[in-house]
Ligand binder design. Structure first.
Ligand code: 6GU
Length: 224
């Protein structure tokens, strides 16, 4: 998978891809991340990419031309499965969306800043709008990192234990059951007997029951 990320602050997104699992995914060439500094497509003296909104009002708007030139340049080089604008008014990211994106080949992510982008960029290029939750960030960069992380970890070969993405919380609309490692007892708190029983059918049953119970308690909305 190739992911192109357009931003005025690409340096903000470097470390997540230079650390741990995402770094390994990049090194193993399972994921290719390309950052593009939007200002390089600004055909004006001060490399401006924002301007005042028509009709007045607070905040600046990201201009249509630099974004159109940058996106068009990239589009002329390959076919993109989705051109995603990260915005608080997009559809909220969930596991289903991450799963769907993880089978794509080329994704383009557009990070918004200021009050947002000129509407004509959406009309010309954007195929999908994604938010990472009902709160406002200073820009789309951290949201782009969250989205990329949720997608890259699903790519075959990225996680050591292929099973572990399948048993994630949300993957079957249930939260994960409690887990334990050594010691068997700590400060009087014991690991449930069933987990020490060696009876795998019973363990699976217990885990499923616990997952249902925990989901009912913490996120009943997931059960309907
Ligand atoms: Cl994608 N962008 C911004 N600026 N704020 C957000 C967001 C995105 N998702 C949630 N809040």
């Amino acid at each position: 998978m190739r992911i192109d990320i357009i931003s005025v602050l690409p340096e903000l997104m470097e470390s997540p891809f230079q650390t741990s699992i995402l770094k390994r995914a990049v090194e193993k060439k399972l994921a290719e991340i390309h950052f593009h500094q939007l200002r390089n497509w600004a055909n004006n003296k001060h490399r401006r990419v924002d301007d005042e909104p028509y009709g007045g009002g607070a905040g600046m708007v990201m201009m249509v031309e630099p974004l159109d030139l940058c996106i068009s340049d990239l589009k002329s080089q390959r076919n993109y499965d989705e051109i995603i604008y990260l915005t608080p008014d997009g559809e909220t990211l969930n596991q289903k969306t991450a799963n769907a994106l993880s089978i794509k080949t080329n994704l383009m992510l557009i990070c918004g800043h200021y009050k947002g982008i000129d509407e004509r960029v959406r009309e010309l290029h954007i195929t999908k709008e994604i938010s990472i939750g009902d709160y406002v960030l200073t820009g789309g960069e951290l949201a782009a990192c969250v989205l990329a992380d949720s997608v890259i970890r699903l790519l075959p070969g990225v996680l050591n234990d292929e099973q572990s993405a399948l048993t994630d919380s949300f993957q079957d609309d249930l939260l994960s059951p409690p887990i334990y490692t050594r010691p068997e007892e700590y400060k009087g708190l014991k690991v449930p007997d069933v987990l020490l029983s060696g009876n795998f059918a019973e363990i699976e049953n217990w885990r499923h029951e616990q997952a249902l119970k925990i989901t009912q308690k913490k996120r009943p909305d997931l059960l309907f």
